[in-house]
Design a protein around this ligand. Structure first.
Ligand code: ADP
Length: 389
């Protein structure tokens, strides 16, 4: 059974076609710069640059590629039984994979205000797929859904209750990734009554406390700026800074948004949001880069302490996403000086986790430390398959 997974951004469309339940990837690719003068389309080893005015032309191009007899992928569009869509914000409404209906689409639209950069693009992807694959089941998988198990004491802010009633609360993000790697970690542990901390460290970054397979707390909140230091986002700051910028320094609300979202984090500290550049600069003695790495790892350690205390213990830490999977420097800095919590990495294994099946735990460490590559698309395919099967 073939399931297509779509992740639609405002000017991009990432896709993977899976053979389920095996999980085999038949096609993987993306369309970028949709709506610009020239877009770029890549599917497996086929690449083309040409205008793609909307997502519809991008998805049509993918369909042509799939149907092309030379590629031997599908003979008929209807072989694609379902399309699984990543949808960023599910609010309080969506806690499960959800079959898309007109009501579901209306609700996703209502949530535009909570995720103005993402949900509109996600809905465009859904509506386009409905047109191009009218016979396929359309399924939404929400990035917030995994965090809906966070107990009220961890999702409520200490501000007047009316705001909570209005939906101002911690939602958390990267849920699909945290769910995928936490399930993989529980499989390794051979049980589900576990206490985990999953660290999704990509351009955006978040840490999640996962207790008994369920999200218990997470570092992102109402929006995706809170918590850890990220590529271009500040992570935790004192909210009085915002009022100072607004009232005393004359910045507009839009400018402050841009500063905290696009000009902060590692970009502000070290002049780049690419961790590889920062590591190189730090090796060459650049003080700003060194400080940036120290602060980056320190922010993660603060939450490891916080979450371990909340769960009253810890079985494993999981590193994932671009930085978590690839940066031995960050993993080393995060894992050091945590012996008190029973966290000790083997620094040799840390340099080459693949050789050790991602297990970089030191022999005398009670807490496991694992590097587990995330695979949000596979998780979406699996959840879609389970729903329609
Ligand atoms: P996104 O959130 O955009 O999906 P990724 O998960 O791809 O991001 O992570 C991007 C980050 O991973 C960038 O900061 C990049 O520098 C970092 N990264 C990728 N490969 C390496 C590597 N080999 N060493 C260190 N950092 C890396």
């Amino acid at each position: 059974m073939k399931i297509l997974v779509l992740n639609s951004g405002s000017s991009s469309l990432k896709f993977q076609l899976f053979e389920m339940p095996e999980g085999q990837v038949l096609v993987k690719g993306l369309a970028e710069r949709i709506g610009e003068q020239t877009a770029h389309f890549k599917a497996n080893d086929y690449e083309v640059s040409r205008p793609l005015p909307t997502h519809k032309e991008a998805l049509q191009l993918l369909t042509d590629y799939l149907l092309n007899p030379d590629n031997q992928i599908i003979k008929d569009k209807n072989e694609i039984i379902a399309v699984g869509h990543r949808v960023v914000h599910g609010g309080n409404t969506f806690v499960q994979p959800t079959l898309i209906t007109p009501e579901v689409k209306a609700k996703i639209k209502e949530l535009f205000s909570l995720a103005p950069l993402h949900n509109p693009a996600n809905l465009t992807g859904i509506e386009t797929a409905e047109q191009i694959f009218p016979k396929a089941e359309q399924v939404a998988i929400f990035d917030t859904a995994f965090h809906q198990t966070i107990p009220i004491e961890n999702n409520k802010y200490a501000i007047p209750d009316t705001f909570y009633q209005e939906g101002i609360r911690k939602y958390g993000f990267h849920g699909i990734s945290h769910q995928y790697v936490s399930r993989a970690a529980n499989k390794r542990l051979g049980r589900t009554d576990t206490k985990l901390i999953t660290l999704h460290l990509g351009n955006g970054a978040s840490a999640t406390a996962v207790r008994n397979g369920k999200s218990y707390d997470t570092t992102m909140g109402f929006g995706p700026m809170n918590g850890l230091i990220m590529g271009t986002r500040s992570g935790d700051i004192d909210q009085s800074i915002i009022f100072y910028l607004l009232d005393k320094m004359g910045y507009t609300s839009a400018e402050i948004q841009t500063i905290l979202n696009k000009k902060s984090g590692m970009m502000a500290l070290a002049g780049s949001n690419d961790l590889r550049d920062i590591e190189t600069a730090a090796r060459q003695g650049d003080e700003k880069a060194r400080l940036a790495l120290k602060m980056y790892a320190g922010a993660i350690q603060k939450y490891i302490g916080n979450f371990t205390a909340q769960m009253n213990g810890l079985d494993a830490i999981v590193f994932t996403a671009g930085i978590g999977e690839n940066s031995d420097v960050v993993r080393r800095m995060v894992s050091q000086n945590l012996d008190y919590l029973g966290i000790r990495a083997d620094l040799e294994k840390n340099k080459d986790p693949k050789t050790y099946q991602g297990d970089i735990t030191a022999e005398n460490s009670p807490v496991k430390i694992w590097v587990i590559p995330t695979n949000e698309e596979k998780e979406i395919a699996q959840q879609t398959y389970t729903l329609i099967h």
